[in-house]
Design a protein around this ligand. Structure first.
Ligand SMILES: Cc1ncc(COP(=O)(O)O)c(C=O)c1O
Length: 342
């Protein structure tokens, strides 16, 4: 497997895309599903629902498939929990939770991070008066994970308060074995929903397909509101997702190569005297003096796209997707010019 960076235009290190690309079997399934293009996709999304349920060892009634996890953030904000109470999320995170909560008129309270970590105690304390809670784990843009104690505290509070706990696990496939996952607690009876995607480790971002797995009541409610957009998961994406799940070898290789690249990149940064945060994902938060100007200058003068984590409330870091060594060296060389260390 080689890194298949898009070779035209700027170097894309800004959207946490998968530099290794999708399983060839998934791409073949996608091509096959194009014909007949005149037929609507299965509104029940039965094939991916069945494949996901089998893989995760849950009931099919615990899985909802959608047009990317973005859509599930919006649908959950629309439909789950007590709408008369504001939603809660953390500061310094993926902006989608706040954007969706505000768009549906619920309001959003942000709990500051504890350094680069989710402050699970503060979030747990806020749950009583929250309508719904969103946590990103592994965390975008810092790359940190919740440890088991913190995860259990949140799950326990969800059970006691009845407030739905939504954990966005978009990057979970990249995390080391043993990392806690919300799926470990689905038997607890707490109102839980894990959001997962085929956009990252499965490399299918262009096709738009993701899923939620969780408590039957929450999933049933999500499926009800999916009735407003019955065909939002298209046939090509549904077929590709099923084939991608079946290709275990490809996923294992993506994970293995990502972990190697992550260790190499952080080592190179350190060798150059530049700090970065430990990451369980396919991106690394790289310390710079002025992240807004570094993002701008990297694009303008070097043709390199990165994400200023200050846009997510983590100023002083650039979120850099793991890519080929060539592209990452190009980035580090450019950074040394724009934002010299020391
Ligand atoms: C934390 C997080 N959640 C959700 C998404 C959106 O994923 P999808 O492509 O499945 O809509 C992203 C995309 O970058 C993300 O970083």
């Amino acid at each position: 497997m080689t890194v298949t960076a898009v070779r035209t235009g700027p170097v894309r290190l800004h959207l946490s895309e998968n530099a290794h690309g999708a399983s060839p079997l998934a791409l073949q399934a996608a091509r096959d599903a194009l014909d007949p293009a005149s037929v609507y996709p299965d509104p029940a999304r039965s094939a991916p629902v069945r494949a996901i349920a089998e893989r995760l060892g849950v009931g099919e009634h615990q899985v909802a498939v959608a047009n990317g996890s973005d859509e599930l953030v919006l649908l959950s904000a629309l439909a789950l929990g007590d709408r008369d109470r504001p939603g809660v999320t953390t500061a310094g995170t993926f902006p989608g939770y706040r954007v969706c909560l505000e768009a549906v008129g619920r309001g959003c309270r942000e709990i500051p991070l504890d350094g680069v970590q989710v402050d699970a105690e503060a979030v747990a304390a806020a749950m009583e008066r929250a309508g719904i809670v969103y946590i990103c784990h592994p965390h975008n843009p810092t790359g940190a994970v919740l440890d088991r104690d913190r995860m259990e505290l949140l799950v326990e509070r969800a059970a006691v308060t009845g407030t739905p706990l939504v954990v966005d696990e978009a990057y979970l496939e990249y995390a080391p074995a043993g990392t806690p996952r919300l799926g470990d607690y689905l038997g607890s009876g707490a109102p839980l929903l894990s959001l997962r995607t085929f956009s990252k480790a499965y490399g299918l971002a262009a096709l738009r397909i993701g899923y939620a797995v969780g408590s039957p009541e929450l999933v049933a409610r999500l499926r009800e509101v999916q009735g407003t957009m019955p065909f939002s998961a298209n046939a090509v994406a549904q077929a590709a997702a099923v084939a991608a799940l079946a290709d275990r070898g490809h996923l294992d290789e993506v994970r293995r190569q990502n972990a190697l690249q992550r260790a190499w990149f952080r080592g190179e940064l350190e060798r150059r005297g530049r700090q970065s945060l430990p990451s369980a994902t396919n991106f690394v938060a790289v310390r710079v003096r002025d992240s807004a100007s570094a993002e701008r200058l990297l694009e303008r003068d070097h043709g390199i796209l990165v994400r200023d984590a200050g846009r997510f409330g983590c100023a002083g870091y650039l979120r850099v997707s793991l890519a080929s060594a060539k592209d990452l060296v190009r980035l580090m060389d450019a950074l040394d010019l724009i934002d010299p260390v020391g």
